[in-house]
Design a protein around this ligand. Sequence first.
Ligand code: ASP
Length: 342
Amino acid sequence: MQTRRKFLGVSLIGSAAVLAPKNSFAISGGLKEAASGSPVVLSTWDFGKTANVGAWNVLATGGRALDAVEAGVKIPEADETNQTIGYGGLPDRDGYVTLDACIMDEHYNCGSVMCLQDIVHPISVARLVMEKTPHIILAGEGALQFALANGFKRKNLLTEKSKKDWKEWLKTSKYNPQINIENRLYDKKTDPMPGGPKNHDTIGMVAMDANGNISGACTTSGLAYKMHGRVGDSPVIGAGLYVDNEVGAASASGVGEEVIRIVGSHLVVELMRQGLKPEEACKKAVERIVQRGPERSKTIQVAFIALNKQGEVGGYSLQPGFSYSVRSNMIDQVIPAKSYYS
Ligand code: ASP
């Protein structure tokens, strides 16, 4: 299983310029990955590298970005060793694994499911909401009924490992979403919390296909041990994900409440519309979170990734430790993001 700090097969080099392979070049505030028209996919965290394989299989054969992002994020959704997404995700405080996901295409079509249980691939349900209903969001029992009516099979998503971690957590029931900051504020010795620093991490993925069209997907089991019914930013169009095919796309990971407050992904896209490079736009959005809550911002993690219409990519986080995975004709890398705090 990959962890954020292992960066399997990837050299930990802090500079995008050094990471850039031949024929690509670093530019101020964004890594130039592909000329417009060349496919590129990027996703949150190091486990995005594996997800990118699924997306790349579609993109490399001339497929649509929408199909690519769906195929890509389905990989961690089905991976039971990933305790922050889909099957195997850590449950809420009552022991229910509830999933949030959304998807958006190049025509501003979007679909979302919130608090969905017992379905391994919420992203595919979100896509069906987009394509088969007049609505954008289905939640809870209604989303489940819609999925079952469309042929999805029920599966218990709570694995033995996640059940064990939850039972351990129940001993103290310490609800504290202010974690997920490895090596920094989180101290396993003084503040043990089963599930620990890996108790939240969403996969957000954005991609551009060979036709220059952009789509995105975002899927998560949300904050571990959250209140039952809690929905984060990930299925909220504009917060966890936004795509504007004229400008670019962005996605988020981290404490969703903070991302929703600033409508983070939409903000990143609008900043790119104003001319900022992807990394600069992500940085500005992170700074907005700091401005509106300087003290709180020290205790949480939030991260953004972005892709513009020129095929440039970037990411930025509040705390160190965030990375994003990029795949194009020229690169297949996990890139450690710069962060506001050091
Ligand atoms: N954004 C997710 C949520 O708030 C969690 C995460 O990405 O870590 O549900």
